[in-house]
Write a protein of this length. Structure first.
Length: 280
């Protein structure tokens, strides 16, 4: 995603927010009053108006109903989301990653996107899009690598990933690609940019088996959980759901190896792949 493209999208979201504020004030509603009618907090309305956060589609639709704007905000939302380099169901989560102060990922079978290498990402994308053009695949790879840039910022969020050992052992892209991918994780850990723990096979059953989760915390907004299924995703910020997710992460980390032991396992798996690559 080009920097200019991101800037133009951000300007468009600022227009969305300015229009929301103008039409809300014309309707004689405060942020709190509008929020109550569309089932979000007044603080959320303020963040929509400042283009800090983006509303989900159902919220944009309810805003249209309350402000009687004849689908204006839904149409604008769809236009802006369709301009994203991400699938519609993931676009909001990608925006929230940039705002988060802490990100906790759990991945049962695949390395999370924020710590993927281009070659690993390309192999994952091709597996799901075997007939896609090179241009389409490369666009998706670039978008994923752009997301990962936030881990290089001085103001990067605390990033803590918990992986199941399956993610280390499935040879995505072949031995050479996996060796490079695991070396990349090793480097990020040794540079103290990320924290990574591994739930080993020998741990047996573990919490939330087979379900990916992303928990994001923010400076001035409630924590949000993102979960994903086949061609669908959910952003959940209900406090009870967030608390249950936080408890699940605590149990996952309890089942995982220590940071030091996890690093040793990742290094050993990378070496296994290197030996395999050298013999093929």
């Amino acid at each position: 995603m080009a920097k200019g493209a991101h800037g133009s999208r951000q300007a468009a979201w600022e227009f969305f927010g300015a229009e929301l504020k103008r039409r809300r004030e014309n309707a004689g509603l405060t942020q709190v009053e509008l929020g109550a009618r569309v089932f979000v907090s007044g603080g959320y309305i303020g963040q929509f108006e400042q283009a800090i956060r983006k509303p989900q589609l159902d919220v944009a639709q309810r805003i249209d109903e309350v402000l009687q704007t004849e689908g204006f905000f839904e149409r604008l939302w769809r236009k802006l989301i369709q301009g994203q380099p991400y699938t519609e169901y993931f676009a909001h989560a990608a925006e929230l990653e940039r705002l988060a102060t802490k990100i906790y990922d759990f991945a049962p079978a695949v390395v999370p996107g924020l710590i993927q290498t281009p070659e690993y990402a390309r192999a994952v994308i091709l597996a799901g899009n075997p007939l896609a053009t090179d241009e389409y695949v490369e666009e998706l790879v670039r978008a994923r690598m752009d997301r990962a840039l936030l881990l290089k910022d001085a103001t990067r969020p605390v990033y803590w990933a918990t992986l199941h050992e399956t993610a280390l052992r499935v040879p995505v892209g072949g031995p050479a690609v996996m060796a490079e991918q695991l070396d990349h994780i090793t480097t990020l850990m040794q540079e103290r940019r990320v924290l990574v723990q591994v739930v080993p096979f020998k741990a047996g059953a573990y919490p939330t088996m087979g379900k990916m989760m992303k928990l994001m915390e923010f400076e001035d907004a409630p924590a949000t959980v993102y979960t994903e299924a086949v061609f669908s995703g959910n952003l959940l910020d209900d406090p009870a759901v967030v608390r249950r997710t936080q408890a699940s992460y605590d149990l996952l980390r309890a089942a995982a190896l220590s940071l030091t032991a996890s690093l040793a396992l990742i290094k050993a798996a990378a070496e296994d792949y290197r030996r395999c690559a050298s013999t093929t």
